[in-house]
Design a binder for this molecule. Structure first.
Ligand code: TRP
Length: 327
């Protein structure tokens, strides 16, 4: 099965990005054929400073590799290295009704948050559909907020195939990440825009400080505490081993432990995961050529599939370009 997902380079990645998406991508690299890309064209709908976009694009590659994505096993590439994806966006746009896009909740949310309703933002789901369909992806691991986009992709594949009477595109399935909600330090969903994130690659000192500032209730030290409703425990559960989680749960229920101590334990497991990744990232950062080579090799692999699918898609709708074999 081919598994594909994209991450937008739109700022520093945080623990929510890792636990909610990247960790799963990395764990699945032995199970499925992985295609992971840096969605820089998507980011252009919100990031409009060239140096920043370039930096963040590279940062996503560094973060993925530092966290353990193995470029020997999966293709890691920049969306923009496969320009055919923009060509497919157009073909799909011609078979997609405006009404479908008007129903996109993520578009409405973004407008409500004050983003300007550019055509890029409006057509974002078509570009995302092209990303998915051009690689004949079977599975698309995404967070809850992106499931609608994958469903729209299924619709667009169907519109194209039925308009032109050929099964050019395969129907992809969303793979929901256990509906995982990663709480931020204030207990809301961790998100860059809420200012409640714990960044992945901050200094150990600042990371610890963020953890110490996680919001907890005012249950006194001696009293038993509820693991289910505690933000510290929720994060611990996502990062510690099964035995560690059980042990902390017992201490919560027994009472006699303050939240400070629980935070201390959380800080330790966070550092256990991020410490070695931070070191790997520093080394990778110094090796510009290696990272670029990884991205180019990933793009070469992705392009082999994309160019084949595009040839079929053009042929299905009667678009001729120099180089394609005429029928
Ligand atoms: N829209 C996705 C997000 O913001 C990123 C993305 C772009 C994507 N293209 C994709 C995800 C294709 C999965 C498949 O999270």
């Amino acid at each position: 099965m081919r598994m594909l997902s994209g991450i937008q380079p739109s700022g520093k990645l945080h623990l929510g990005n890792y636990l909610g998406a990247m960790k799963q991508h990395i764990e699945q690299q032995n199970e499925h054929e992985g295609f992971y890309f840096i969605a820089n064209y998507h980011s252009l709908t919100t990031v409009q400073d060239p140096d920043t976009l370039r930096k963040w694009t590279r940062d996503v590659a560094l973060d993925y590799l530092a966290l353990g994505l193995d470029p020997e096993k999966v293709a890691l590439f920049r969306q923009s290295d496969i320009s055919e994806v923009l060509e497919l966006t157009w073909l799909l746009a011609t078979v997609t009704g405006k009404g479908l896009l008007e129903r996109a909740t993520s578009y409405k949310d973004k407008i409500n948050k004050g983003l300007s309703p550019s055509m890029g933002l409006f057509c974002y789901p078509i570009l995302m559909a092209a990303d998915i369909l051009i690689y004949r992806s079977d599975l698309v691991p995404v967070g809850k907020d992106q499931v609608q986009h994958v469903e729209m992709t299924q619709d667009m594949a169907g519109y194209f195939n039925s308009t032109f009477g050929r099964e050019v595109f395969k129907r992809p399935e969303p793979m929901l990440n256990e509906a995982l909600i990663v709480p931020g330090i204030d207990g809301q969903k961790m998100s860059k825009s809420y200012g409640n994130a714990i960044d992945l690659f901050d200094t150990p000192k600042r990371t610890r400080k963020r953890i110490m500032s996680i919001k907890t209730d005012s249950t006194p030290v001696e009293a038993p505490k509820s693991p289910e409703t505690c933000n510290v425990f929720s994060l611990y559960k996502l990062m510690a081993t099964g035995d560690e989680v059980k042990a902390l749960e017992e201490r919560y229920l027994a009472g006699g432990m303050g939240y400070g101590e629980a935070k201390e334990l959380l800080a330790q497991v966070v550092e256990r995961v991020l410490g070695p990744a931070r070191e790997r990232r520093e080394k990778l950062e110094a090796d510009h050529d290696y990272v670029e080579d990884v991205l180019l090799a990933g793009a070469a692999k992705a392009r082999r599939v994309a160019s084949q699918v595009m040839t079929e898609a053009r042929d299905a709708c009667g678009i001729i370009i120099a180089g394609d074999m005429p029928k």
